[in-house]
Write a protein that binds this ligand. Sequence first.
Ligand code: SF4
Length: 252
Amino acid sequence: MENLKSKKLIGYYGFPERSVLRSVRERFGSDLEFIDLDVARGAPDSMVIQSTTCRIIANIVDNAMELSKRLTAIVADVGEGKCDRGRYAAFLLRKTGFNVIESRFPPEQFEKRPLVYSTAEGSLAERVDRIMQTVIQSPSSVNQTRACEPTHGFWGVPPHDFRILDIFPPTTHIYGWTRCVEAGSPGDLEMECYVDENVPTVFFTQSFCAKQDLAHHLAEKYDGLFVDCHRDVNNSILSKVEAFIKLSYPSR
Ligand code: SF4
């Protein structure tokens, strides 16, 4: 795993409450680096999770097992902003011996932050990554970007395999859970279901995720493309998304 061999770290997943992150910093020291366990980091299969679990949950558990004693604590988002699987993963990790600090981001703490990266022009993968960095960085550290009119939409969570994002044009707006993260409102179901009508949108989920129900419903409603993917994206998924994007370019 990347350059983390000897450092002590705080793991986290989902979008923990700011107050919980603050108190964890105070308790364990502000010099400890935070690491997002949701992200694919090349950790070997820990065999703790069955193969038909969502790949993001498998990443969380595999990363935690790989980092093991270097993790001083894990801040686990177990609220409605994540999913039941996040809650169960917290339970399993605690049983395995990790110091797990649970967080539920309640609606009273929704921040309603302005959307910058979701509506900006630029690499979709980079913007999704920047949005996820705002979970642990202050909103004031957001870089300047230029807003654009959307030609396409990407709805969903940050995928396990970011290569699917590289197919989208820079004029793609971001919707769904990732947009809620930028707004500081994880678990805001109304915002999660919002898309701009008439913007051709790909509704993406990891396989075995409950958000498939939402994605399917929204794709039907807005005439979009519903795709799910378990581990790495394959050529068939990439071709399907590529064809949808090409065929749905607005006429100029
Ligand atoms: S992709 Fe779905 S099932 Fe997996 S962690 Fe995210 S919300 Fe939970």
